[in-house]
Design a protein around this ligand. Structure first.
Ligand code: F0G
Length: 455
């Protein structure tokens, strides 16, 4: 599948020797977040803010109006976001988690519950920071990593209804649907699930919001997998999805095709006024929200480009092709392949390592040691419950590794290289050693944890 662009500006990547990589990861405390970018050959740590911009985006960036208030760039951004989402009130923010903080501190009260198909890690943390409790209710199909059900990102509607009708129902202050479900294998949420959740929330008078960082990729997977939407363009599907919700919080570092940015979309005027006051005090005036005029311009153009069916089809095909190569090499990935990332089943590849030896993390480190590839663990190191001595008490349900794929950055040749390094590991998985924690921070452990290999 041919991508609808060619490359005009390139950036060199680093090739270190095996010995240099060994020293680099050791001095990083075996935490890929501590590596320097110039120590990495292929960086699959995140698809966030890591995409390539287009010539059209760079051209309109020159039109950036840096007026403190009422900049022309703001109106162009607002009109684009407004017509995409249909929300009357838009507040710009510098990235998704800033929007989460502003929204939750005005929408959630201490003691309340926020329900999601799966909260992303910063979303989870921001719910907790306002004294509320995040509850994940993923659909049952999500628990079978190998099943090829089309919409494993869905929320469990029966469980949600049960919660809303039960003794804790009155405590639910927000239902937040993450599209696509980044915490659970990049799986999409169906329009049927969004509509049913919306109706359920309306009946219970509970705000229903979208965490729509990958709204365009969700729309493409709906177009591909949900028969009623086969003839609808991705942009129209996305607009319909936003239409089901009372508002949204969006990181535009993903489907905004830009390095920074985000927004909050709202229908409620009072909530908008409260969030706006908070935004002005903490992020910036409500016509820039911490963004420069040139960022707003790139974002407005990025939002036009990201819903191009040809672009989405080529990106989905590239990820699916990589998944096939990896699976053929004997490494299982969460099925079916999503778009922004592949999730390797490290627990299955490395059965000689127990969850307390962090097989996902071990596989991630091996990918760096063998190929200079950086990725992120999504297993017990990230999600497991630990005691004060950093001993694992409750393992994560799965030991996964996420290979996130930046937008318009790597060619299929780069991705073939990653698959080849993995294939090599799969030939002799027992050579991969486990790890133990040396030190860890109290929250969001994975960012700053330091480890050492078990001998
Ligand atoms: N929601 C989802 C679903 C996300 O994936 C992210 C970020 C955020 C919110 C927060 O947005 O980074 O702009 O503050 N995800 C990145 C990732 C970091 O690698 O998956 P942000």
């Amino acid at each position: 599948m041919l991508p609808p662009y060619r490359i005009k500006v390139v950036e060199p990547i680093a090739f270190l020797s095996a010995e240099q990589r060994r020293m680099a990861i050791a001095s990083a405390g075996y935490n890929p977040f501590n590596l320097r970018a110039d120590q990495i050959t292929i960086d699959l740590l995140s698809d966030s803010g890591t995409g390539a911009t287009s010539d059209a985006q760079e051209a309109v960036a020159a039109l950036g109006d840096e007026s403190y208030a009422g900049a022309r760039s703001w109106f162009r951004f607002r009109d684009q976001v407004g017509s995409l989402t249909g929300y009357p009130f838009i507040l710009p923010v510098h990235q998704g988690r800033a929007g989460e903080r502003v929204l939750f501190s005005n929408l959630l009260k201490p003691g309340q519950i926020c329900v999601s198909n799966t909260h992303f890690d910063t979303t989870h943390a921001n719910v907790e920071l306002v004294g509320a409790r995040p509850v994940d209710l993923p659909c049952a199909e999500a628990a079978d990593l190998d099943s090829s059900e089309p919409f494993k990102g869905n929320i469990d509607l029966d469980a949600l209804e049960h919660l809303l009708d039960g003794p804790d129902g009155g405590k639910v202050g927000l239902v937040l649907m993450t599209i696509t479900n980044n915490g659970l294998g990049a799986q999409p949420v169906s329009m049927a699930n969004l509509k049913a959740t919306s109706e359920l929330c309306r009946r219970h008078r509970i705000p229903f919001f979208l965490d729509a960082a990958r709204f365009a990729e969700n729309a493409w997977l709906v177009h591909e997998r949900e028969p009623a939407y086969r003839d609808m363009a991705p942009r129209q599907i996305a607009t319909t999805a936003f239409g089901y919700a009372d508002g949204c919080v969006v990181s535009l570092k993903k489907d905004g095709l830009s390095a920074v940015g985000g927004f909050i979309g709202l229908r409620d005027e009072q909530l908008h006024a409260a969030c706006e006051a908070n935004l002005i005090a903490t992020e910036g005036f409500s016509t820039y929200g911490g963004l420069a005029g040139h960022d707003l311009e790139r974002l407005a153009q990025g939002l036009r480009e990201v819903v191009d069916p040809w672009y989405l089809q080529a990106r989905a095909a590239s990820t699916a092709r990589m998944a096939q190569l990896i699976n053929d090499a004997g490494v299982d990935t969460v099925q079916p392949a999503g778009i922004h990332a592949l999730y390797l089943n490290a627990g299955r590849l490395l059965p000689h390592l127990s969850p307390a030896q962090f097989p996902g993390h071990a596989l991630g480190c091996q990918l760096y040691l063998d190929g200079g590839i950086r990725c992120a663990e999504l297993g017990s190191l990230y999600l497991g419950a630990m005691d004060e001595n950093h001993q694992l008490v409750t393992p994560a349900p799965f030991e996964l590794v996420r290979l996130a794929i930046p937008r318009r950055v790597y060619t299929d040749t780069h991705l073939e290289y990653v698959a080849a390094i993995l294939a090599d590991i799969a030939k002799d998985p027992e050579r991969v050693s486990g790890y133990r924690i040396v030190s860890a921070p109290p929250i969001l452990r994975h960012f700053k944890v330091r480890l050492e290999p078990l001998t």
